[in-house]
Design a protein around this ligand. Structure first.
Ligand code: NAP
Length: 308
């Protein structure tokens, strides 16, 4: 089969750090163009916008949208209308409701829409899910704390409406949890800390439960310096399981069961190629719905201003 001719839209941090190496390592996908206003790659045709690329660029079959969430819906709609497959970085949108029309457009045009959740491709997630399927779960504790200045240097969009603030990383934990736990769960309370000069939270505490009363707690923080913490601890009737490193490691009562180098984005591109080949889409909004719920139910606390 001929390779999928792919264009990256928004050549920023995640496109360079993860998408470029994963595309280079994936059979059946070839990078043929970039649409980015301020960045380009040697030897790859570059256009300022997706529209210019579609009008004047080389033939592309698919686009990977690596832009901030606030501008992605319009780009996705444009690409789908032009008959392209679309890979969305996470979160899939700036609102929950903007995704249904995109999925309808993909289905109407016989194209793939893939709303990626990169953390679900972390190596310890599926082994943890299988272990948990056979156990009684008593409680879940999420601690997701990272340094926004390291992972999103100068990215003002993240603290603008629709940028999600600390939920930008926090949604990764929720993408794992919604895959890991055997039953759906729902938000019961939240506190969101908004810097007085910003429109998105910089920290949050969340409580969830399921219909059996399982207690789930999450602590999110965007100001953690030093070692970074991306841990999910699950207490079960057969002992404690900990996913750490964002899903790279699985420990049972301190014993290491999985410890692998993360290869999340090669998993994403292999899945994208399979979805395109099978004429299917993959869009799961569960993590985004939990975040929307937190904005809906959460108490708002105003905290010190944030500057880079
Ligand atoms: P970023 O470094 O700001 O890159 C996004 C790129 O999109 C920018 O370099 C910019 O390129 C383009 N862009 C920015 N604003 C735009 C606008 N208003 N209209 C059109 N294009 C615009 O952000 P990032 O860290 O790569 O994050 C992008 C997405 O990836 C986010 O949804 C984020 O959640 C996700 N993600 C990020 C990380 C991470 O560690 N940073 C990890 C996983 C997922 P031009 O100026 O050249 O157009």
């Amino acid at each position: 089969m001929s390779p999928i001719r792919l264009a990256i839209v928004g050549l920023g941090k995640i496109a360079r750090d993860q998408h470029l190496p994963a595309i280079a390592a994936t059979d059946g996908i070839e990078l043929v163009a970039v649409a980015s206003r301020n960045a380009g790659l040697d030897g790859v045709p570059r256009f300022d916008t997706l529209e210019e690329l579609l009008a004047h660029g080389p033939q592309v079959d698919a686009v990977a949208l690596c832009t901030p969430p606030q501008v992605r819906r319009e780009q996705a709609a444009t690409a789908l209308a032009a008959g392209k497959h679309v890979l969305l970085e996470k979160p899939p949108g700036a609102t929950v409701s903007e995704i249904a029309p995109l999925l309808a457009a993909a289905q109407r045009n016989g194209k793939t829409l893939f709303a990626t959740w990169h953390s679900r491709f972390a190596p310890a997630v599926e082994p943890a899910r299988e272990l948990l399927a056979g156990r009684g779960i008593r409680s879940v504790a999420v601690v997701w704390k990272e340094d926004v200045r390291v992972w999103h240097p100068g990215q003002d969009w993240i603290f603008e409406p629709g940028g999600l603030g600390v939920f930008d990383p926090g949604i990764n934990a929720l993408s794992i949890l919604t895959r890991l736990l055997p039953r759906p769960f729902f938000l019961t309370g939240a506190t969101l800390a908004f810097p007085e000069n910003r429109d998105a939270p910089i920290a949050a505490t969340l409580s969830f439960a399921d219909d059996a009363g399982l207690p789930i707690r999450a602590e999110l923080d965007f100001l953690q310096t030093g070692p970074q913490t991306w841990d999910i601890h699950v207490e079960t009737d057969a002992g404690g399981l900990t996913l750490s490193g964002g899903g790279a490691r699985l420990l049972e009562e301190g014993r290491v069961l999985v410890n692998e180098k993360e290869a999340e984005y090669s998993g994403i591109y292999a899945r994208f190629a399979a979805l395109v080949a099978g004429g299917a889409s993959d869009v799961d909004l569960a993590p985004l719905i939990h975040v929307a719920d937190a904005f809906m139910l959460g108490r708002r606390a105003v905290v010190a201003p944030f500057d880079w």
